[in-house]
Design a protein around this ligand. Sequence first.
Ligand SMILES: Cc1ncc(COP(=O)(O)O)c(C=O)c1O
Length: 431
Amino acid sequence: MRRAIVHLGAKQLTYEIRQIVSVADEISSLGKDIIWENIGDPVEKGAEIEPWMKEIIMRLTAENGSYRYTASQGDLETRKFLSRRLEGREGSDASPDDIIFFNGLGDAVAKIFGFLKREARIIGPSPAYSTHSSAEAAHSGYEHLTYKLDPENAWLPDIEDLRNKVKYNDSIAGILLINPDNPTGVVYSRELLQQIVDIASEHDLFIIADETYCNLVFPDVEYTYINEIIGDVPAISMKSISKEYPWPGARCGWLEVYNRHTDEEFDNYILSLINAKRLEVCSTTLPQLSIPLIMGDPRYPDHLLRQSRTLSARADEAFDALKDIKGIKVIKPQAALYFTVLFEEGILNDRQSLKIDEPEIRAYIERVTAGMPLDKRFVYYLLGAEGICVVPLTGFCSELKGFRFTLLETDDEKREKIYRAIRSRVEEFIS
Ligand SMILES: Cc1ncc(COP(=O)(O)O)c(C=O)c1O
């Protein structure tokens, strides 16, 4: 090439949740059935879409209006519906003009970081949902800036770590939080959220709160939305239908912007996101049209409750299967679709392995694991030995070693087998 054409941040674009698929495919081609525990797609794992939701969507497919472009920021009636829902809650509102639709939150993340001034950094949690951490790192051209989620404190953020990093790094313009969190499933208390907001307020920062899993909080866990406590701090909440209908293939998520007009710079930044959407014309129309009909349906709250009860019961099962293994730490999630296992410091080494019966698969795993992070080594061996595909914690922008699997398997017997197999393979690996 006459000119270098690769973006400075290109090498930061990693997404372990999907990258592991190519290894799993290789193992599958060697004759092993794969159990996909890597990705948070409830439908892929057998979730049935509620028949009444399907009916609403079928009716929409029969209307010509569903096939048109919609407004660049999103269908107006849908934005009015979402705005009215906020009015019914204590806290800051977002008018229909403060709501922006995207083709899934993946698209929103790309825009949020893509249109942020290069020198302006966003500090986010570690472990982190890697779409955020990779996009921020790629935008800046440096490693993602992180604050610690502390496994010794139920995976809650280390507020002192966050405070110090914000104080001593004036390139930080915003704080990202994921509540409920992926991968840990932790839910932030109101007090803790308030402390984060106070740090933002003190240092004139904005907040990005990824609230994708806000409607998948387990029964009896209290949840505080960011807009309830944000005061006058500029903030963005990210929401999506991917996990809660669930309809991840719809590619439909949105931003709710709070206190947009309290800061001119923030307002201009939000305008740049809206203008970027205009260049694309709009986001997917039909899923947006379904939102007032589905979320406004009296059956929706029951649907959400059933889902969170089911996930909570599965989290109990996983916890019971793994809780007393020496050398790992497990913290029961309070929400979302995942379960994270942490290897204790120093327990892993590069000589550990699992028995793999098939010589070809064994040879492949031995070859590809040479020199890799030690939790990833376990993950690859688990894949080779059991065909169970999970994600290493180091793939979530984390130095801590562990892995994440999902709570999504719908077949009770199969799920029990998976959790039992994970248990015995962890024990075999670290014995
Ligand atoms: C925390 C979090 N944010 C955002 C997303 C992206 O969701 P989508 O692009 O399907 O709206 C995910 C998907 O797993 C997620 O876990």
